[in-house]
Write a protein that binds this ligand. Structure first.
Ligand SMILES: [Fe+2]
Length: 266
């Protein structure tokens, strides 16, 4: 529980900072009124998770990652759904029979801080499809698509066959999107996989992994990319280049990417 003293200090500082910027920019009554209307619309549209996760979660997450010795984390974002199907590694993520996209085999090992593999760990993975759409949040991919709780094998390894996700734009039609348009910014996130990694006696790790050579790595609207979370994509079907993730060369490539997770003790 946060103490009354800390509540007063943190809130007091935040309010002082906002008031200071209001003075700095000589914000007018009309601008204040329109900001107030916009904040009300954010609530009415159910976009508080989207707005906060895109613009502020990365700062909280960076602070949390500094308190870890194992793998660094990354923001959870607003598209996690608990209770995805449980699968044993090696496995293929639940997908449509004609799932579009280039094949990706994502593999690695879950370890503790000493490097000891952790059999029976859970890699709870979720991702956008090859057009940038998430199941549960967009009408097309059916519920559960490209989501699973994958259990590592007796060597702590996981091998997950899926498709390369595409970069995507966060929703443009609501008040968050309208604000981005009003400021002349862009809505794009680079292609990424999301995961929560859990093991008994270990601190859960929430992270995202990105792909080298992809668009928006330097300009993520959510400000969440960290260099150590960018994976090399190895093309396995004899073609060259790392151009699969944008779909520009067709949707028939076959890639592999690897990453080992190191979990802190509880
Ligand atoms: Fe995402």
């Amino acid at each position: 529980m946060t103490t009354q003293q800390r509540t007063a200090e943190v809130l007091g500082d935040i309010f002082a900072a906002v008031n200071e910027r209001i003075v700095k920019h000589s914000v007018t009554y009309e601008e204040y009124q329109s900001a107030k209307d916009w904040l009300i619309r954010i609530g009415e549209a159910g976009e508080w998770p989207l707005f906060l996760d895109v613009f502020f979660e990365h700062t909280v997450e960076n602070l949390a990652s500094q308190r870890r010795s194992g793998s660094t984390g990354c923001i959870e974002g607003p598209y996690y759904v608990p209770g995805a199907r449980q699968l044993d590694s090696p496995c293929t993520l639940p997908q449509r029979p004609d799932e579009p996209g280039e094949k990706l085999v994502f593999s690695g090992t879950v370890r503790d801080l000493d490097g000891t593999p952790l059999p029976g760990s859970i890699v709870d993975i979720w991702q956008a499809d090859a057009y940038g759409y998430y199941s549960h949040f967009h009408p097309d991919p059916p519920d559960g698509n490209l989501r699973a709780n994958v259990r590592t094998d007796e060597h702590g390894r996981f091998e997950i066959t899926t498709v390369l996700p595409a970069p995507y734009e966060i929703p443009k039609e609501g008040p968050t999107g309208a604000m981005i348009i009003a400021a002349g910014w862009h809505h794009w996130r680079p292609a990424h996989l999301h995961m929560m990694v859990r093991a008994p006696g270990k601190r859960p790790l929430t992270s995202q992994l990105f792909f080298a050579g992809g668009n928006y790595l330097d300009d993520d609207v959510a400000g969440a990319v960290k260099p150590e979370l960018i994976l090399r994509l190895d093309r396995l079907d004899g073609q060259d280049g790392q151009d699969g993730q944008d779909g520009q060369d067709g949707l028939d490539g076959h890639y592999a990417a690897g990453y080992d997770f190191r979990l802190d003790p509880v």
